[in-house]
Design a protein around this ligand. Sequence first.
Ligand SMILES: [Zn+2]
Length: 141
Amino acid sequence: MHELSIAHRIVSIADEAAREAGASRVNRLYLRLGTLSGVVREALEFAYGFATTATLLEGSELVVEPVDVLVRCDSCARDLPPLAPERLRCPECDAPTPQILAGRELEIRAIDYDTASPKPSTAPHVPSPVSSSTNPYSAES
Ligand SMILES: [Zn+2]
């Protein structure tokens, strides 16, 4: 399953970033997903649950932000959405529009996480060094 390996990659990137930021757990992961990214949103959302197991993202929500396709038409000198994601032609003049400006995104936009709350005295109790005050008893007689 294509989406599972993608989910694993996204999760490992986010997990690492969250750890570096001192996060204790991730609540939400915001992902920009282009129509032309080749990733099926529903499959990715399904795979996300498996991919997050035993990471900081376990139990978090994947928020997918779809990115529509935008192409550049040289004839019209305009940036506009194509006829259809599968038909990269200008909707105005029907010229082919090979220049894709947006729609291939597969990127983490934001990570919503909790930082470890400072709990009072969670440091392990360190016993004070035993003072060995054994006075050498000098027996004098
Ligand atoms: Zn055009």
